[in-house]
Design a protein around this ligand. Structure first.
Ligand SMILES: [Mg+2]
Length: 356
């Protein structure tokens, strides 16, 4: 049976979080280093969320990918429940994360352990201008820092035109390079097609290609469309077994937005189980947490929360909060009935809170 919209919504959010936590111990390690530590096949690669890595994460901890996804999710909560402007709220919640202003798990006033260059420049600019339409780091800054946080728009903005607009504007708070803004719109088109419209993966990817071509001025050879087309041709299994050498990547999987989009498209078209695909995204190396968070979002949207391993869900720092917020928003949007749905689940005690 196909997963419900609620299951896909939760799956998308939890799999962003799980991909982030699965990849965090290997962040910036090249393929060869991961391969020499775990030389076996996919099935032998450890599924446990161990934490660690060069920033010494706790098991199941949110790194910047999940934290900023939470910031955008809180913006949709404010917009849907209180009528606030979602773009301004996304910028404000992201700035609260940057400044450590009442951010869970951080001492008040401390800076994040990890932050990308464009994100820092964009949020610093927003702190002084308070204008999210002019704060972006500029053309040429084409990291994956906005793609990694954009999924709440795909989940909670059902209007296709507003989805494209909000995806681009929320990206532009920090990443206003057109490759980033258009990648976010294309990615969220896949999310919405799977979660809201219930389309097949093939139709969802095709819809994203049409959006990319349209936003790239009708050119079929624009960079975002090219990245999606490369994703259609890649076998993640081969890539993870043999290494990324020789594959037609635009960058080197180390943080370039279009590489992450390519990997995510390859992941959602990969018919294996969610955990198998995510493990292979991590095995490819380099920006492992962000690549797995971005791919995880599409896989969770495809397969629903039942596909996210229980041992992962038990550890995720913001797992209970993401469930509670998703149910609140789906109820407010009339997708879930007003009473009795999801009760109790939001109170699941996170093992993470016991361990940290
Ligand atoms: Mg990260």
């Amino acid at each position: 049976m196909a997963p419900s919209r609620r299951s896909r919504t939760l799956g998308a959010l939890l799999a962003v979080h799980a991909g982030d936590a699965l990849g965090a111990p290997f962040e910036f390690k090249p393929y060869t280093a991961i391969r020499s530590r775990h030389p076996g096949p996919n099935s032998a690669f450890p599924r446990t969320l161990t934490g660690g890595g060069f920033l010494s994460w706790a098991p199941g901890a949110a790194t910047d990918d999940t934290d900023l996804t939470r910031a955008v999710l809180l913006a949709y909560r404010d917009a849907i429940l209180s009528g606030d402007d979602v773009i301004s709220k996304a910028a404000e919640h992201s700035l609260a994360w940057y400044r450590g202003d009442r951010w869970p798990g951080r001492r008040q006033g401390t800076l994040p352990r990890d932050i990308g260059g464009a994100t820092r420049r964009g949020l610093s600019s927003f702190a002084s201008s308070r204008d999210p339409s002019s704060s972006g780091a500029g053309q040429g800054s084409a990291g994956n820092g906005s793609l990694m946080r954009c999924i709440p728009t795909g989940l909670f903005q059902a209007d296709p035109e507003l989805l494209v607009k909000e995806s681009q504007c929320i990206s532009a708070i920090t990443h206003n390079d057109r490759r980033c803004t258009i990648a976010c719109a294309a990615y969220n088109t896949i999310v919405s097609a799977l979660v809201v419209r219930g389309l097949s993966v093939e139709d969802a990817v095709s819809a994203s290609e049409r959006v990319a071509v349209s936003l790239e001025g009708g050119r079929p050879d624009g960079p975002v469309h090219a990245a999606i087309k490369i994703g259609r041709t890649i076998s993640l299994e081969d890539l993870a077994d043999k290494g990324p050498r020789g594959v037609d990547f635009l960058g080197s999987c180390s943080g370039f937005v279009l590489d992450s989009l390519t990997l995510a498209v390859a992941a959602v078209l990969d018919e294996r189980r969610l955990d198998q695909v995510l493990v292979d995204v991590v095995r490819v190396g380099r920006d492992t947490d962000t690549n797995a968070a971005i791919a995880g979002g599409l896989l969770g949207a495809r397969d629903g929360e039942e596909a996210v391993l229980d041992e992962w869900k038990d550890l995720l720092q913001f797992g209970p909060e993401f469930r509670r917020l998703a149910d609140q928003l789906l109820t407010a949007q009339g997708v879930l009935p007003g009473e009795g749905v999801g009760q109790g689940e939001g109170q699941t005690l996170s093992l993470y809170s016991l361990m940290t």
